[in-house]
Design a protein around this ligand. Structure first.
Ligand code: BYC
Length: 336
């Protein structure tokens, strides 16, 4: 478990003055940087710079929140799944997301934060969650499209996180990625069924869902590298292994071939193969929309946070009962 005493924290400087950094702190930072440069993994009990710890708490907690909020758009369709098989698959997928949230909250807790603090930060707007979950799920085809594109984007982003320099996060990501792979396949298979065996109306429904989810999916990777304040440091520390733009490009290149096989198109006339780059070019991304949604003004932000707030409040008695039970058990153990 992380302890404060292990920090190699740089003291705050008075305004206009250089911070006083002890030789011991500088040496601890140098040892840490050397471990990172040697490709070593950092464990919870190892010394680490305070900024490294904070960056991880920010990213891992936001990732956990995304998994949990991500259950909401899909939960909307459990009672309306078209067959028993589709309903069972959807239920399993949503339960997986809950599990991912739990592994990730547990990984963040190894850094000295608590589930309660992380939840407070989500509910009072200090912590973010993925922009993608602020869009509505209007038809059954949205379930397949989320699996294909949203989980597909998540896998592209998360596979490199299995090699994140912080070992508890990397270990959680290995299991999460295996499950995400099933999520992506079930989505693509549901869409293939509608496209190949469905009616004209079902094929149109799939194309409509793809039209609505394409741009938000490629925004999931975050702002362009030159506007990403965290990427450079996170890559130096081996938290992020591949930049936002590089991951977005890999995703787009893979998705084009999958769309062709499926028989759908993407709503971007600028999406063309560039022979010289051996990659696809794409049209301009509406970053104003992205920042609006991240800032709380997307189509479903209020609804999503409202649902999380309600769940947290309605679960208060369970947390209280669990704490009371633990206290009683401890008292009994001490008496014995
Ligand atoms: N949405 O400097 P940048 C899932 C924020 S869950 C909202 O590039 P960073 C799934 C960013 O936090 C998918 N905010 O940041 C679940 C930062 O703000 P703060 C979630 C975003 O951290 C259920 C600011 O913009 N995946 O897969 O270096 C069903 C500047 O960005 C977004 C993860 O969380 C966004 N899309 O890079 C299906 C993976 N993008 O924090 C699927 C782990 C950026 O400074 N996270 N921001 O206030 C990461 O890989 C990185 O945190 C990100 C952002 C690539 C997301």
């Amino acid at each position: 478990m992380y302890t404060q005493a292990m920090d190699t924290q740089r003291p705050q400087a008075a305004p206009g003055r250089q911070p006083q950094v002890s030789a011991e702190t500088v040496q601890a930072e140098q040892r840490f940087e050397a471990r990172i440069a040697a490709g070593e993994f950092i464990e919870a009990k190892d010394p680490m710079p305070e900024h490294y710890r904070k960056t991880l708490v920010r990213q891992i907690s936001q990732h956990a929140h995304s998994e949990v909020v991500g259950m909401l758009p899909e939960g909307n369709w459990i009672t309306r799944a078209p067959t028993l098989k589709r309903k069972a698959i959807l239920l399993a997928k949503i339960q997986d997301e809950a599990g991912h949230g739990l592994y990730l909250y547990a990984a963040a807790e190894t850094l000295g934060t608590s589930r309660g603090d992380m939840t407070d930060a989500l509910l009072d707007g200090r912590a973010k969650y993925s922009s993608i979950f602020n869009y509505p799920t209007l038809t059954w085809a949205d379930m397949g499209t989320i699996g294909w594109l949203v989980d597909g984007a998540a896998i592209m982003n998360q596979v490199p996180l299995c090699r994140c320099s912080y070992a508890p996060y990397a270990r959680a990501m290995v299991r999460i990625c295996r499950e995400e792979s099933f999520h992506q396949r079930q989505g693509y298979e549901a869409l293939l069924t509608m496209m190949r065996q469905g009616t004209e109306a079902q094929r149109a429904m799939v194309q409509d869902a793809v039209n609505r989810w394409w741009w938000p999916s490629i925004m999931m990777f975050g702002p362009p590298d030159e506007q990403s304040p965290n990427t450079a440091q996170s890559m130096r520390w081996g938290i992020k292994r591949i930049s936002n733009d590089a991951l977005r490009q890999k995703f787009i290149d893979a998705a084009v071939a999958q769309a062709r096989e499926l028989g759908v198109s993407f709503p971007d006339p600028g999406l063309v193969w560039n022979e010289a780059r051996q990659q696809h070019d794409h049209g301009p991304i509406d970053w104003a929309e992205f920042w609006r949604v991240v800032g709380g003004d997307g189509p479903c932000n209020q609804e999503r946070l409202g649902a999380r707030r309600k769940a947290w409040e309605e679960g208060a008695w369970v947390r209280e009962a669990a704490l009371a039970h633990a206290a009683k058990r401890d008292a009994l153990a001490q008496a014995a």
